[in-house]
Design a protein. Structure first.
Length: 192
């Protein structure tokens, strides 16, 4: 009984302090590590954000927006504003800043993936997300999350055969050395 009470207290403490698991995909960006944030996306459609508080809160959102306005040609400033808007539930604002970043770096498939994430997970509009994930895989074919998100979107839309085809193609294009390669294999196995 005492063990159960201790375990319950530990779980409650972890929950209250926030272990960083959110249903919002705040984008698995390599640049996020530069701000002291580690972002990992799981194949469950959730994102693990350790140190994600760097973007959360009204004051932080206003700060990132101000920086993005001061540096309109700085891709990272636009991405930071978008990320902050996203984690604060301001999905349209997040889209605006992600789209500005995409205009500045039109060949960056990861940014297209982030736009898809807002549509899929933030706005629950999988049909709107689909072309962004398709573009992400075209522009950055080695980026595992583009393939995974495209497959998840196809499943969400009821297209399991298309999802399987996407995953098979992704497994051909994503390097086996990618630490997340196995997620594509697992997702494909779950669709059989």
């Amino acid at each position: 009984m005492k063990r159960v009470a201790i375990l319950s207290s530990l779980v409650l403490a972890l929950t209250l302090t926030g272990c960083g698991l959110t249903n919002r995909t705040a984008n698995a960006e390599p640049n996020a590590q530069k701000q002291g944030t580690v972002v990992r996306q799981s194949n469950s459609g959730q994102t693990m954000i350790l140190g994600g508080t760097a973007y959360f809160g009204k004051a932080k959102l206003q700060h990132f927006i101000q920086v993005a306005r001061q540096r309109p040609k700085d891709v990272q400033a636009q991405l930071d504003a978008a990320r902050s808007a996203y984690v604060n539930g301001q999905y349209q604002l997040a889209l605006n800043y992600y789209k500005k970043a995409a205009t500045l770096e039109p060949k960056n498939g990861e940014i297209e993936n982030f736009i898809g994430n807002v549509y899929l997970r933030g706005l629950n509009k999988p049909r709107a997300a689909l072309p962004y994930y398709q573009k992400a895989t075209r522009l950055s074919p080695k980026y595992m999350f583009g393939w995974l998100n495209l497959a998840i979107t196809e499943v969400t839309l009821g297209n399991k055969a298309a999802a399987r085809a996407v995953l098979k193609e992704g497994l051909q294009k994503v390097p086996k050395s990618d630490p997340n390669y196995k997620a594509l294999q697992q997702e494909l196995a779950s669709l059989k």
